[in-house]
Design a protein around this ligand. Structure first.
Ligand code: FE2
Length: 241
C-alpha cells in the first residue's frame, strides 16, 4: 500500500509520444493566448482549465467554483485531446490546469502549491513538462539545500505541500502543464499508474523518508505576498537567492 502523503516526487509513464509533446508546445507558443504573471511563482501562467473558465488570477484563486476549460483551449486542440485522454481520467474533471512558463535563464522561486490550512491533506499535483530539459525541479532539503529530481520522465506527480522551485538555465522558455486543485489521488486509474511506477521507477522517486516535511508558515502564498513589498529583494527569507 502506497502512503500518498509520503510521496514528494514520482514519475508516471502515460505513454505520451515526444512528437505529441512537441505539438502541445507549439500550441502554447501562440501569441494570442491569454496569460498573466505570478509574483509568487515568479513566472508567466497560461490558464487552461479554471474556476468558471476564468483567465484572471482573482477568479482562478477560488477553487470552490466548478472548473471549466478557458477560451485558450479553443486554439489548442491537441493539448485538449491529450489532457482529456491521458490526464483527466486520473485526476478527475473538476481540476485546475495551468501552464507555467519560465523565461530563459530564470527560475521559479521556492514556493508551496497548497494553502497553509490544507498542508496536512494529500496535495499531489500532476505535471507534464514540454521541454527536453527535465532535471531542473528541486525540493527543499532539511538543511535548506536543493534536492533535485533526477527523473527523465516528462510526466510525474509532486507533493504541492513540500516547498519546491525550478531552474531554467537554457536559452528557451520552459513550459510545464500543471494539474491540481481538487485532486486527492483516490482514483483507481491513478493508483494503478503509481503502482507501476513504484515497480519500474522507484529509483527516481523522492519521498519523506529521504527528505523530511518542511512547514514554513510565512512561505505560503497568502502570507508571503502580503509581506513582499514593491522593490524588496525577493529572496524567500534567504531560501532562494
Ligand atoms: Fe509549484
Amino acid at each position: 500500500m502506497i502512503d500518498l502523503k509520503e510521496i514528494i516526487f514520482a514519475p508516471l509513464n502515460l505513454s505520451i509520444l515526444p512528437e505529441e509533446i512537441e505539438q502541445i508546445k507549439k500550441e502554447h507558443q501562440q501569441e494570442e493566448l491569454k496569460s498573466f504573471y505570478s509574483k509568487y511563482r515568479t513566472c508567466r501562467m497560461i490558464p487552461l482549465m479554471t474556476s468558471l473558465g476564468a483567465t484572471d488570477p482573482e477568479t482562478i484563486a477560488n477553487k470552490n467554483q466548478a472548473h471549466q476549460w478557458t477560451e485558450n483551449i479553443d486554439k489548442m486542440p491537441i493539448t485538449k485531446r491529450i489532457l482529456t485522454d491521458k490526464f483527466l481520467p486520473l485526476v478527475g474533471s473538476d481540476c485546475r490546469i495551468i501552464t507555467l512558463c519560465t523565461p530563459a535563464h530564470s527560475s521559479v522561486k521556492v514556493h508551496y502549491d497548497c494553502t497553509e490550512d490544507s498542508f496536512h491533506e494529500v496535495q499531489l499535483k500532476m505535471r507534464l513538462v514540454l521541454t527536453s530539459h527535465l532535471n531542473s525541479l528541486w525540493f527543499l532539503g532539511p538543511d535548506n539545500e536543493r534536492v533535485f529530481s533526477k527523473s527523465r520522465s516528462p510526466s510525474y506527480v509532486i507533493n504541492g505541500a513540500h516547498p519546491h522551485g525550478a531552474i531554467n538555465d537554457t536559452d528557451q522558455e520552459k513550459m510545464t502543464i500543471c494539474l491540481g486543485g481538487n485532486f486527492q489521488g483516490n482514483n483507481e486509474s491513478f493508483l494503478s499508474s503509481l503502482k507501476k511506477s513504484l515497480l519500474d521507477q522507484r529509483g527516481e522517486w523522492i519521498t519523506h523518508k529521504e527528505v523530511p516535511k518542511r512547514f514554513i508558515p510565512e512561505l505560503f502564498q497568502s502570507r508571503y505576498e502580503a509581506i513582499l513589498s514593491e522593490g524588496q529583494v525577493d529572496d524567500r527569507f534567504g531560501l532562494d537567492l
